[in-house]
Design a protein around this ligand. Structure first.
Ligand SMILES: *[C@@H]1O[C@H](CO)[C@@H](O)[C@H](O)[C@H]1NC(C)=O
Ligand SMILES: *[C@@H]1O[C@H](CO)[C@@H](O)[C@H](O)[C@H]1NC(C)=O
Length: 173
């Protein structure tokens, strides 16, 4: 079990490294497992502008993202409608790997359903091209930065910070 966690984390860390330094972007890896209280998960998600993951139930967290957020389903494992529909219903922007660049995703072995043993795209490990990954994330960053609600929220935040600073200085006088 630990080994699986390690392998997953290693892949995620490699992708994270491929992002390099994106100005004013903070990246974070989360593993929303049963040991992390649900309220804490929601707290984290609600403060996230860009949410990235493979196809899987974890992506339902998109329901709790801010209005300006974007979600990246790195690969939909042959199930294109599920999270793109949910994102549309929630009103957050959906990104996925472009169909014309699908050759840049590959798996080591054919996925097999754990019960039926039949061929199944959802049960394989995938490697994705880090350069294309970075390009996708960069266009997501641009999307969020241009979103009017994001711009307004940043403005409100700056105003609040300035007020708090002014308040602090008044107290120091
Ligand atoms: C990053 O943040 C700084 C300080 O708020 C700002 O001056 C700069 O323009 C930002 N850069 C980008 C690419 O958003
Ligand atoms: C939510 O996260 C912020 C930090 O981003 C923290 O200060 C706050 O205490 C958290 N709230 C809860 C209910 O966990």
């Amino acid at each position: 079990m630990d080994l699986i966690g390690f392998c997953i984390a290693l892949g995620v860390c490699l992708l994270l490294k491929s992002l390099g330094h994106l100005p004013n972007v903070t990246t974070r890896v989360v593993d929303y497992n049963e040991r992390i209280p649900f309220l804490r998960q929601l707290n984290t998600t609600s403060q996230t502008d860009i949410f990235i993951g493979m196809h899987g139930a974890g992506l339902t967290h998109l329901l709790f993202l801010p209005d300006w957020a974007a979600i990246f389903e790195i690969y939909n494992c042959g199930d294109p409608g599920c999270y793109s529909d949910l994102a549309r219903l929630r009103g957050v922007k959906y990104f996925t790997w472009p169909e014309e660049k699908i050759h840049l995703i590959r798996s080591d072995e054919e996925g097999k359903h754990p019960q039926s043993g039949e061929k199944h795209l959802k049960f394989a490990n995938y490697h994705v091209d880090p350069i294309e990954f970075r390009e996708q994330v960069k266009s997501m960053v641009d999307h969020v930065r241009a979103h009017p609600k994001f711009i307004n929220s940043r403005r409100a935040q700056r105003r609040k910070e300035a007020e708090m600073e002014a308040e602090k200085q008044k107290k120091e006088l």
